[in-house]
Design a protein around this ligand. Structure first.
Ligand SMILES: [Zn+2]
Ligand SMILES: [Zn+2]
Length: 397
């Protein structure tokens, strides 16, 4: 069925496709330009591309680069505290889900813009149009006129969806749900979670735990089964010469023939501490839980939660769990040793702000303990840690 309204003759699916394409460009503008480029400086964009994104955000959202950047940087700097502009852990999930955009407006005060808004555009167009009090809204008004001209009255519905797209997906789902629900690859110091391993709908922003662990990385996926659509766009821009200086988390290496611990080893490992802790959980703790069948039998209905409890620090256990775990550890001393070593490894990274020598000595002591514990997985893990280096190839003297 062909419908004629507005300038076009169209089939029913065409306005639908039009809406999806336009909102998709808006999502890409938010994740690649606002988030990764402007707020975190994780990549440089060709000025023409950066400006195209600014123009698109003006036309479809009325978001101002400086405001969004400053509020987002404050979110990272003050995460899950009262100064965090949109923490569901502090404000409650319902408020962040339903009033995400209002929270942005409230947070855009002069102090936040001054402290966190450095390095954002301040040219003639920004001052007189994109961030101007009236000019800012002329973009979305123009968008409404374009939609109505193309599709007639249904253009208003398309416009309403466009206006709700970012408040719903970014301000509500990401700022709310991604600090509340989902899985965690890394024990980042905040409550950030990955909502889905496939970051498609919100352009990779779904991988929020990875992002909070390595906020300056332009790539948000981390495990082999995770996909970050924003990263695919960045690769495309790079291939076209439109993106450069692309950063990817801590740059550390592993040298196969390295087996001594020096400052280079300790500093490289400290830089990669979140990944190391995640590996310890997967390659040592989880493997032990799977392989020691007595554990499954004696844990009973608690077996499925054990992995999670062992990832936590003791202070996160309530009294009943403390008691249960102590009794459980007394029956499984090997598991107790592993848990203890996990806690000590975690403690080690707090020394990275002290002297290098202290860090190296503590690192050596941990590896000695792991190797003398009589478990192959621990010995292998210790050998892996010793391979860490900040140098890409062995330094020959
Ligand atoms: Zn966040
Ligand atoms: Zn961020």
């Amino acid at each position: 069925m062909t419908l004629a309204s507005g300038l076009l003759q169209w089939h029913w699916w065409q306005p639908l496709l039009y809406t999806l394409i336009l909102t998709h460009f808006t999502i890409v503008s938010v994740t690649v330009y606002l988030h990764r480029h402007s707020a975190h400086r994780a990549l440089d964009l060709h000025p023409a591309v950066a400006h195209l994104f600014r123009f698109w955000l003006w036309l479809t959202t009325s978001i101002k680069t400086k405001e969004w950047t400053a509020i987002h940087r404050r979110h990272h700097a003050k995460c899950e505290t009262v100064a965090d502009p949109h923490s569901p852990q502090v404000l409650g999930l319902r408020k962040v889900l339903l009033e995400g955009s209002e929270l942005y407006k409230e947070a855009a005060d002069a102090d936040t813009l001054k402290r966190f808004g450095n390095g954002t555009p301040d040219d003639w167009l920004e001052r007189n149009l994109y961030s101007h009090r009236f000019g800012n809204f002329s973009g979305i008004a123009l968008m409404a006129l374009i939609n109505i001209a193309l599709f007639g009255p249904i253009g208003i519905t398309i416009w309403a969806i466009q206006m709700l797209w970012i408040p719903f997906w970014a301000a509500g789902i990401i700022n709310g749900l991604a600090h509340y629900w989902g899985y965690r690859n890394f024990e980042s110091p905040d409550a950030a979670r990955n909502i889905s391993p496939l970051g498609i709908i919100i352009g990779g922003e779904e991988l929020h735990n990875n992002h909070h662990t390595y906020p300056n990385s332009a790539k948000l996926s981390s495990r082999w089964y995770e996909f970050d659509l924003g990263w695919a766009y960045i690769q495309l821009f790079k291939a076209l010469g439109l993106a450069s200086n692309i950063r990817r988390g801590p740059v550390v290496y592993r040298q196969a023939d390295k087996c001594l611990i020096d400052a280079d080893t300790a500093l490289a490992a400290a830089n990669d501490r979140f990944r190391i802790m995640a590996q310890f959980k997967r390659q040592v703790l989880s493997v032990h839980l799977r392989q020691d069948h007595r554990i499954r039998a004696s844990a009973g209905r608690h077996y499925r939660r054990l992995n999670q409890w062992l990832t936590q620090g003791q202070e996160q256990w309530d009294e009943a769990r403390q008691e249960w775990m102590q009794e459980f550890f007394s029956k499984h001393p090997e598991l107790h040793t592993l848990y203890h070593l996990k806690e000590e490894l975690d403690q080690l990274w707090t020394l990275r702000t002290r002297s290098k020598d202290e860090l190296v000595e503590a690192f050596k002591a941990w590896c000695d303990k792991a190797e003398n514990a009589g478990m192959q997985t621990l010995a292998d893990f210790s050998a892996m840690l010793k391979q860490y280096s900040l140098q890409p190839v062995p330094v020959r003297s």
